[in-house]
Ligand binder design. Structure first.
Ligand SMILES: *Cc1c(COP(=O)(O)O)cnc(C)c1O
Length: 391
C-alpha cells in the first residue's frame, strides 16, 4: 500500500520538460542562435523547412505553420468555408481549445457522445445526430484523436461523405497516430496540430500546423494566416495574424529529428504499464485494431479514481485527468443548452479516468514505481467492465 512507499522517494513528474531539454540542449541553442544571426525573423527559411519536414513526416502534401493548435483549427474551419451559424460536430471530452476554435468563427458546436470503450467519438451517436432535425445547419465533423488514439475515421468519413460534410481532424494529441497504416493526418480534409510544450512534438512555446493534400485549401490557409496576403501586401480576403514563429520552427526541426525514437520509447513505456497493471482492478487503455496509438497520454479508468489519485499524490507521483469536466457542462458553454445526462458515456468517463506519467524521458525504474503505487491502490482481480461496448 501507499504506506510502504519510501518516504524519501523522489517525486515523479507528470511531465518533465527540463529533463528532455538536457538531451539536445546544444542543438537547440545552435538552432536559436542561427535564427537570431540570420536577420530573418518572420516566415523565413526555418518555417519553410519546418513545414516541408512536417508534411513529409505525416505524409501529406502541404503543411502551413500557424501560431497555435487553436488557430490551426479555426483557420481550417474558415478555409473550408465554415462560417457564422454553421454547425460543427465534435466531442465534449476534448481540450477546451477544440471548442474555442469553433466559437472563434462564431460557428455552433454540437456534441456527440463517445464510445465507452475507446473514449473516441461514437459513430452510432454521430449517425443518430446526423439523422435528427438538430443537424440541420451542420456543415462539418471535427473528430478529436484523443490521448493519441485514433477516432474511427473509416466510419466518420463515410457518414460525412453521405451528407456532404467537411471533415477536419483535431490531431493535437496524435502526432504519430496511424489508422490502417496511414498517418492520421491523411484522414481529413485538413488535419490540425498543436506544438504546445506538452505535446508529442513540442515547441518551447506556442505553435501549430495545418496539413492538407489540397492545393486550394493550402493557398487559402497561407492567406488566412497572414492578413489575406498572397505575398503582395494586398488583402485578397480577410485574414488574421497567426504565423508559426521562426524560432519555434527552428526548435521544432531539432525535435523532429528525435521524434520517431521518442515515439518508440512511449510505446515501450505503454507496454511496460500494460504488463505491470494487467491483473489490476482498473481498465487499461483499449488497443483499437489496426490503429497505432501515439501514447500522448496513458489513461487508465477506475471507479476508484479518487483513491488512486490520493495514493499517487502521497507517493509523489505526478498524474493528470484529461479531462475532469466535459465541455458541455462548463459555465462558458451553458448557452449551448446542454444538461448533465445529455452525454452519459462522456460524463461517466470524466469521473473515472486518470493519466499516468507518460513521456520519453521517464525511466524504467520510475515506471516500476508508478506500477507498484497503482497496484497498491487498486490491486486485485480485473473489474467487470459493464460499460464496455457490446459487440
Ligand atoms: C492542445 C490541444 C489543442 C490546442 O492547442 P493550442 O496549441 O494550445 O492552441 C486543441 N485540441 C486538443 C485536443 C489539444 O490537446
Amino acid at each position: 500500500m501507499v504506506e510502504s512507499e519510501p518516504i524519501d522517494a523522489s517525486p515523479i513528474a507528470a511531465f518533465d520538460y527540463l529533463r528532455e531539454l538536457q538531451c539536445y540542449r546544444g542543438e537547440i541553442d545552435a538552432a536559436i542562435a542561427s535564427v537570431i544571426d540570420s536577420g530573418a525573423l518572420i516566415l523565413g527559411a526555418e518555417v519553410l523547412a519546418c513545414e516541408r519536414e512536417f508534411a513529409a513526416l505525416v505524409g501529406v502534401k502541404h503543411a502551413i505553420g500557424v501560431a497555435s493548435g487553436t488557430d490551426a483549427l479555426s483557420l481550417a474551419l474558415r478555409a473550408c468555408g465554415i462560417a457564422s451559424g454553421d454547425g460543427v460536430i465534435t466531442v465534449a471530452n476534448t481540450a477546451v481549445p477544440t471548442v474555442s476554435a469553433i466559437r472563434a468563427i462564431d460557428a455552433r458546436p454540437l456534441f456527440v457522445d463517445i464510445d465507452p470503450g475507446t473514449l473516441q467519438m461514437s459513430v452510432e451517436r454521430l449517425d443518430e445526430l446526423l439523422q435528427s432535425s438538430e443537424s440541420e445547419h451542420v456543415r462539418c465533423v471535427l473528430p478529436v484523436h484523443l490521448h493519441g488514439q485514433g477516432a474511427d475515421m473509416h466510419a466518420i468519413n463515410a457518414l460525412a461523405a453521405r451528407r456532404g460534410l467537411v471533415v477536419i481532424g483535431d490531431c493535437a494529441q496524435a502526432h504519430g497516430t496511424a489508422i490502417a497504416g496511414r498517418n492520421v493526418a491523411q484522414w481529413a480534409e485538413i488535419s490540425c496540430y498543436s506544438f504546445y510544450p506538452t505535446k508529442n512534438l513540442a515547441a518551447f512555446g506556442d505553435g501549430g500546423m495545418c496539413v492538407t493534400h489540397s492545393d486550394t485549401l493550402a493557398e487559402a490557409l497561407r492567406e488566412l494566416r497572414q492578413y489575406g496576403f498572397r505575398g503582395d501586401r494586398v488583402a485578397h480576403r480577410e485574414g488574421v495574424c497567426s504565423r508559426l514563429d521562426e524560432l519555434q520552427a527552428a526548435i521544432l526541426r531539432v525535435r523532429m529529428r528525435y521524434f520517431q525514437e521518442a515515439q518508440l520509447v512511449r510505446q515501450r513505456i505503454a507496454d511496460h504499464y500494460r504488463q505491470g497493471l494487467a491483473d489490476c482492478q482498473l481498465e487499461l487503455p483499449p488497443l483499437v485494431p489496426n490503429c497505432t496509438h501515439a501514447w500522448h497520454q496513458f489513461v487508465v479508468r477506475t471507479s476508484m479514481r479518487d483513491e488512486l489519485s490520493a495514493a499517487l499524490r502521497s507517493a509523489r507521483v505526478g498524474h493528470g485527468i484529461h479531462y475532469p469536466q466535459p465541455i458541455h457542462l462548463m459555465p462558458a458553454y451553458e448557452f449551448l443548452g446542454y444538461r448533465a445526462g445529455d452525454l452519459p458515456c462522456t460524463e461517466l468517463a470524466a469521473a473515472q479516468i486518470l493519466s499516468l506519467p507518460m513521456y520519453p524521458t521517464l525511466r524504467d525504474d520510475e515506471v516500476e514505481r508508478v506500477i507498484s503505487v497503482v497496484r497498491g491502490a487498486v490491486g486485485g482481480q480485473p473489474e467487470c467492465n459493464s460499460h464496455k461496448r457490446k459487440t
